[in-house]
Ligand binder design. Structure first.
Ligand code: MIG
Length: 679
């Protein structure tokens, strides 16, 4: 059951697709307090056994208790477990204990502070800074039902094309088609499966959106056709800012349509990002989204079928006003003598010019015909850009599902695209963070997601990349990405490249099965990854597990995320069959009992646990998702009771696939562990 409580005058966010009349009764569970500054706090005392799931893209454990989070979309290269905001704001939180279960969704596009048992261990205080919001209370009798109900409230998750489940190679710094051809060629030569290569900002002329360097990509259409002939796709990046430059068509047409965010004096707001001084499309306006979306057309015409949208928090390197303010601050310090305090202030004056809160108060949007200062609706910006692109793809390519993933997001954008988890580092702690972020993102509807495998910043080590890939085998987005000037991170650069390749082959053998599990989860409004608590809510041991995840309807994953580990402890919530993979053809099948186990996993080994009387299907594999045979399978499972697996298959590209007509029942016959099947 869902109930809506309205406070103040909420701004429309587009997050919710089902309308509920506001409740007249007071909100249960919480005590309310409003402050003179207009903010509104919801306070709830926490029980010792309350577990808090949700908040989507956020640091730390699957249980969000014990930290302060802020909904404030942020470009946070170099985030750690102390960080309070990442790139997306996903304001859905579920309180779960044996005595009570409910979720709250705060439909509020501005800043929210979530003090979840941090200031006081036994108290959650959630504060909307504006005090204007709709709060939806979701009450059902199970965690899974809460998740499903919330998805019905906010709409079905985005469905990517099937090729988006292939392995994707990316890097900031690929110079042009020559280099991309050679990167792709090395994968093919060494039989490392690959479906796509990303183009980062380097492909653009002077970092200008919707352009490409004529010398580096003399004929993009021909190049993309050449790649497609080899079953590979190009996935270019698009940034939020439009360079201020007369004669540059997107700027001229944006100016002509009055599409950019404005300052209080009515002039265009300007701030610098990669192309230099830029204007920022007012993505909250429908006509602006349409204009911006149409700008993707030349790339679509060149054969492009996938994009990633970046810098859409929006990230701002600096504004003229911000730089002037920093110099003014320096001047006031210059007049006196510099001591250690003023020296720190000097340093801060310039360190804080990027993504400065002052800049987010300098510009305005038009929302439903009204002028709104940016900070009030800050968290909608990335979702607006995503919607601009997704609407355009539906309009311009109605016959196809296109790949789209964004850096910044808000609930609602889960209907239009996936996300990637942002600028992580080549750190073991970030491998664990990526794992722990998955269930929250799924709960908030973002099923298609993944982290930069290997880590974006810093120089990866080969063992770390291999362990990242072992997690990536199971994440819908499986992309290796790294930053400019970091060590080369393509698999073939490493001495253990064969081990890494073998890991990727497991993804390709499992791809039809993982795609089937993903599509069923999306089409049934369920989660692809879940905390164990969702499946074993009455088992006090399982509900606490923080580093294992249920995957789809049959499996559990338990990745190794520690340096030098040659195995790990795993809690089995019931009897399961462990598949210890070394490659798609080389694995051990070990029936195991419910309970605690120490499992040995040397560097090239990783486990998948299959519930008894369930199975996973392995296809013969191939080097592109387009080359997989999804009619011949090896069935892996411990079947004591005959059953059926529902295999979802479609053409991988047509929009709006219907669930029922694409399911083939696969009979599971009595078997110890492995059999083969033609369907
Ligand atoms: O300011 O396009 O998160 O994936 O490689 C950095 C360059 C801009 C940030 C993205 C990252 C991308 C990078 N971008």
């Amino acid at each position: 059951m869902i109930r809506r409580y309205t406070f103040g005058n909420p701004l429309p966010t587009g997050a919710v697709v089902q309308q509920y009349p506001p409740e007249a009764d007071p909100l249960p569970y919480f005590t309310l307090e409003s402050s003179r500054d207009g903010s509104l706090s919801f306070t709830l005392s926490l029980r010792e056994d309350d577990i808090l799931f949700g908040l989507g893209e956020a640091v730390r454990g699957m249980d969000k208790r014990g930290h302060i989070y802020e909904s404030w979309n942020s470009d946070v290269f170099n985030h750690t477990e102390a960080t309070s905001s990442l790139y997306g704001s996903h304001n859905f939180l579920v309180f779960f204990s044996p005595e009570r279960l409910f979720g709250i969704y705060l439909d509020d596009p501005g800043k929210i502070v979530w003090d979840l048992g941090r200031t006081k261990l036994d108290e959650a205080v959630i504060t909307s800074l504006s005090g204007n919001l709709d709060l939806y209370l979701v009450e059902e009798d199970s965690l899974t039902a809460v998740a499903r109900s919330f998805r019905r409230l906010t709409g079905r998750s985005y469905l990517p094309p099937r090729w988006a489940f292939g392995y994707i190679q990316s890097r900031w710094g690929y110079a042009g088609e020559e280099e991309i051809r050679s990167v792709a060629g090395e994968h093919r030569k060494k039989h490392i499966p690959l479906d796509a290569v990303c183009l980062d900002i380097d492909y653009m002329s002077d970092y200008k959106n919707f352009t490409w360097k004529p010398d580096a990509f003399p004929d993009l259409k021909r190049f993309s056709e050449e790649m497609k002939a080899d079953h590979l796709r190009l996935v270019p990046i698009i940034d939020a800012g439009i360079k201020v430059e007369e004669g540059y068509a997107p700027y001229d047409s944006g100016k002509a349509g009055d599409c950019f965010c404005k300052k209080a004096d009515g002039s265009d707001f300007v701030a610098a990002v990669w192309p230099g001084r830029c204007c920022f499309p007012d993505f909250l306006r429908e006509d602006v989204r349409r204009w911006f979306g149409n700008l993707y057309e030349p790339l679509l015409d060149a054969g492009i079928e996938g994009f990633w949208n970046d810098m859409n928090e929006p990230a701002l390197f600096y504004s003229d006003e911000g730089v002037a303010a920093a110099f003014a601050k320096v001047e006031t310090i210059r007049s006196g003598s510099v001591d250690f305090e003023t020296a720190w202030r000097l340093k801060d004056a310039f360190n804080s010019i990027a993504n400065n809160p002052e800049d987010y108060r300098r510009f305005y949007h038009t929302l439903d015909g009204k002028t709104v200062r940016h900070d009030r609706v800050h968290n909608l910006y990335g979702a607006g850009m995503t919607r601009a692109a997704a609407d355009a793809f539906r309009r311009l390519r109605p016959e196809k599902r296109l790949l789209l993933f964004s850096r910044s997001s808000f609930i609602g954008a889960h209907r239009d695209a996936g996300i990637w988890q942002g600028d992580n580092f080549s750190w073991w702690s970030h491998l664990k963070m990526a794992l722990q972020m998955l269930p929250g993102l799924n709960l908030c509807g973002f099923l298609y997601n993944g982290c930069d495998l290997g880590g974006f910043g810093c120089n990866v080590t080969e063992d770390l990349l291999e362990r990242f890939l072992q997690l990536g085998v199971f994440t819908p987005l499986m992309r290796n990405h790294s930053a400019l000037h970091t060590r080369d991170q393509e698999i073939y650069r490493f001495s253990i490249w064969e081990t890494m390749r073998d890991t990727v082959t497991v993804r390709y053998a499992l791809l039809p099965y993982l795609y089937s599990e993903f599509m069923k989860a999306a089409l049934r409004d369920e989660m692809y990854f879940r905390p164990l608590a969702f499946d074993y809510p009455d088992d006090p041991r399982s509900v606490k597990v923080q580093d294992q995840l249920m995957l789809g309807g049959d499996c559990m994953i338990a990745p190794v995320y520690e340096q030098n580990a040659d195995g790990r402890y795993v809690w089995l919530p019931e009897d399961m069959l462990m598949i210890r993979f070394r490659s798609a053809r080389d694995y051990d099948l070990v029936p195991m009992r419910k309970g605690d186990h120490r499992i040995s996993l040397s560097l090239g080994e990783f486990p998948l646990f299959v519930k008894n009387n369930h199975a996973v299907l392995l296809c013969p594999g191939g080097e592109s998702s387009e080359l997989l045979d999804d009619t011949v399978f090896t069935v892996l499972g411990h079947i004591e009771k005959e059953g059926v697996y529902e295999l979802y298959r479609d053409d991988g590209i047509s929009p709006d696939p219907d669930l029922v007509s694409h399911i083939t029942p696969v009979p599971l016959a009595l078997q110890e562990s492995s059999s083969s099947l033609n369907i």
